[in-house]
Design a protein around this ligand. Structure first.
Ligand code: HEM
Length: 109
């Protein structure tokens, strides 16, 4: 029907075991092919679902890459000894967010 608003629940999608098998496992290799190329890119719907698309996708990807690589090049990031690892479930609220956790940033030489 014309004018119908469709909201996509991306969380349900990204937690679907039928699509990902083990969505709760951090396994970036699921997106990396044999020769280091991006694989299964069309399964990632973070920036669009259907015909509409986020116009900020390129900017967001570049900025995320720059910030992450700058941090990882300069610091070794780890879990403090004796502290629990971050919780896997999310804190409910207007937007879901991680529960607080501690990390150690050790400057690389
Ligand atoms: C990680 C960062 C971002 C994510 C995950 C994201 C995700 C999305 C998604 C899912 C949509 C809806 C697309 C649809 O209708 O199916 C959207 C729309 C949009 N995004 Fe982003 N976005 C991000 C960053 C940005 C940035 C940096 C900008 C601007 C500089 C931006 C500008 C917009 C605009 C203007 C729309 C509305 C487009 C329209 O309705 O035609 N986004 N984004």
């Amino acid at each position: 029907m014309t004018g119908t608003i469709i909201l996509v629940d991306t969380r349900l999608y990204f937690e679907d075991k039928k699509i990902w098998g083990d969505p709760e496992v951090f396994r970036p290799e699921r997106f990396i092919g044999e020769h280091g190329e991006l694989e299964n890119a069309s399964s990632v719907i973070s920036f669009s679902f259907g015909k509409r698309n986020c116009p900020g996708e390129l900017h967001a990807n570049i900025v995320t890459f720059l910030i992450l690589t700058a941090l990882l090049q300069r610091y070794k990031i780890s879990n403090p000894v004796g502290q629990p690892t971050p919780r896997q479930d999310l804190k409910p609220g207007l937007a879901l967010k991680p529960y607080p956790f501690q990390v150690v940033f050790e400057k690389r030489k």
